[in-house]
Design a protein around this ligand. Structure first.
Ligand code: NAD
Length: 374
């Protein structure tokens, strides 16, 4: 994504601060504000991709909540994925890419990727195209949502651009296929530094690198060496390593033993959903993909085809993803207002979607959040 006027991209992710569940990107939009000194603040333009499946339902809910905060955003509506394929004959229309290049920032619903067939993941494509190398997913227990573990408070930081997601697969001979796992020192150091900077800015004390270097000695071995090298620059933050299988067991028996998780792409994908399970499910966890020159905000959950079109998807993850977007746009106060309102609705427990034992629909829950906005 090209730097657009006034949008310094996500350098703030390293330097300005990505706040706990609140992506504070100090430098990101300050130019807009400074250049607008004495005049009305510029209205940010943001690409809006409703997505497939439950995407339009939960993103629609998030948009209503964002609008209710009073913050003005100039949305550039674009299609992608299966919806775009139907309309334009391609899952990645040129106008989508042009929009992302111009705005440098997007709020995106989930996009469908068929299992074992069809076009490659558009999510992966966009993250790689714009070098959105850091995927950040704050995983927190919500008061009012009953889970086996109280007070879970983890940050999953996933490398977004390589690993088995390089998509290099080929058939060596009939019945034999090969998938190539790419790990580079450059990307490994970059994501490790992001994780440590994140930890430092957010007063977190521990970074755990999760790996399988006992088996993948070269690739995961390199990832670990890079993490160890970067860790030396952060003596104030504890660093530890865990093999991914043991880490999964420990996460579901004692999640409090972790703080910031640093993972390659595939482990990060899997462990994110596991962590979502710790706090009540996929309906709760927001997410963001940050690069030097842009950011795409999206939930951890997918298109949820089993409930799509029924109007019952939990909108909390999308609404909290919208709050992360507001933080990025330097509207942290409004981001906090949204998080507080979501917390109040969940604590009250009266208007809840079926995934958390309620009977309300997506829109009703969003309306309850809007009523709770203070
Ligand atoms: P999924 O996240 O869509 O659904 C897994 C389960 O969680 C389902 O039972 C679903 O009903 C439930 N769920 C998900 N979101 C929910 C919500 N907001 N409220 C209540 N329940 C919710 O995962 P999947 O079924 O493995 O994937 C479906 C599709 O989504 C696939 O095509 C996959 O590639 C895609 N996907 C896209 C993204 C993305 O765009 N970033 C992420 C993950 C999966």
């Amino acid at each position: 994504m090209a730097k657009s006027a006034g949008r310094g991209g996500v350098n703030g992710a390293h330097h300005g601060g990505v706040h706990d569940g609140r992506a504070r990107h100090g430098g990101a939009h300050k130019k807009v504000r400074r250049s607008a000194r004495g005049k009305a603040a510029a209205i940010p333009r943001v690409t809006l991709i409703p997505g497939d499946g439950v995407g339009p339902e939960v993103i629609g809910a998030a948009l209503k909540v964002l609008a209710a905060t009073g913050i003005k955003i100039d949305w550039d509506h674009q299609l992608a994925g299966a919806t775009a394929l139907k309309r334009f004959g391609t899952p990645v229309p040129d106008q989508l890419i042009d929009s992302l290049k111009a705005t440098g920032i997007a709020l995106k619903g989930p996009l469908e990727t068929r299992v074992g067939e069809g076009y490659r993941s558009i999510n992966v494509y966009l993250r790689k195209l714009f070098e959105l190398y850091a995927n950040v997913r704050p995983v927190r227990t919500q008061a009012g949502v009953h889970t086996p573990f109280p007070h879970v408070n983890l940050i999953v930081i996933r490398e977004n651009t390589e690993d088995l997601y390089a998509g290099i697969e080929h058939q060596v001979a009939p019945g034999v296929v090969e998938s190539v796992k790419i790990i580079t020192a450059r990307a490994s150091k970059r994501i490790a530094r992001f994780a440590f900077e994140y930890a430092r800015k957010n007063h977190r004390h521990l970074v755990t690198a999760i790996h399988k270097a006992n088996i993948m000695k070269l690739s995961d071995g390199l990832f670990l060496k890079c993490a160890q090298r970067v860790a030396r620059d952060y003596p104030d933050i504890k660093y530890q390593e865990q093999i991914v299988d043991a880490a999964c067991m420990r996460l579901v028996t004692n999640p409090h033993a972790f703080d910031v998780l640093l993972l390659e792409n595939l482990y990060g994908d899997i462990v994110s959903d596991l962590c979502a399970g710790l706090v009540g499910g996929l309906g709760f966890v927001p997410g963001a993909n940050y690069g030097k020159h842009g950011a795409i905000f999206e939930t951890v959950h997918g298109t949820a085809p089993d409930i799509a079109g029924k109007g019952i998807a939990n909108p909390v993850a999308a609404i909290k993803t919208g709050a992360l977007l507001l933080d990025y746009l330097d509207h942290e106060r409004e981001g906090d207002r949204i998080r507080t309102a979501v917390g109040a609705v969940l604590r009250a427990g009266r208007v809840l979607t079926p995934d958390i034992g309620g009977k309300a629909g997506t829109e009703e829950m969003a309306a309850a959040v809007i009523r709770a906005l203070k």
